[in-house]
Unconditional design. Structure first.
Length: 154
């Protein structure tokens, strides 16, 4: 049901202890060979998540987890599902912080914040939150199109 894949998290220099984009082979500072730090990650695209969400595609991923576009089956609406990487779920401090943030976020109701609909943990132990799916440009796309933006725009 779930497809496992290995993703490169970062290219790490063991000499200077800095991280670099994964495309680099050698540290630009000291010439050391960069170590590829990887994580095993589960690809949820095409699955039914928590028995309630059909995962339609990956919106983005990062060090903490991934965000997927999904359809909430019961309400027939598109949502964003944020999941925390499985190895971070095992870190009790990270798990507690995620759940606190999800609880606080779900209580916010303001036009300038994303609505958080639900949060919790699946039977498989995956921590998640479902939230409003926004339509628009990413910050990266805005910066590419407009260049530097004014403080008022930010």
């Amino acid at each position: 049901m779930k497809n496992a894949s290995t993703i490169v998290v970062e290219a790490y220099c063991p000499l200077c202890e800095r991280s670099f984009p994964e495309a680099l082979e050698q540290c630009p500072d000291d010439g050391a060979h960069l170590v590829r730090l990887t994580q095993q990650e589960v690809d949820l695209v095409g699955t039914t998540f928590d028995g309630r969400f059909e995962i339609l595609g990956l919106l983005g991923d990062g060090g903490m987890g991934a965000v997927y576009m999904a359809r909430e089956l019961k309400k027939d609406r598109e949502v964003a599902i944020k999941v925390i990487r499985t190895e971070l779920t095992n870190d009790i401090g990270v798990a507690k912080r995620f759940l606190r943030e999800a609880k606080v976020s779900s209580g916010l109701d303001h036009p300038n914040t994303v609505s958080v609909y639900d949060y919790g943990q699946t039977k498989d132990g995956i921590l998640f939150l479902s939230m409003e799916l926004l339509d628009g440009l990413t910050l990266e796309e805005v910066l590419a199109a407009e260049g530097r933006v004014s403080p008022a725009r930010v």
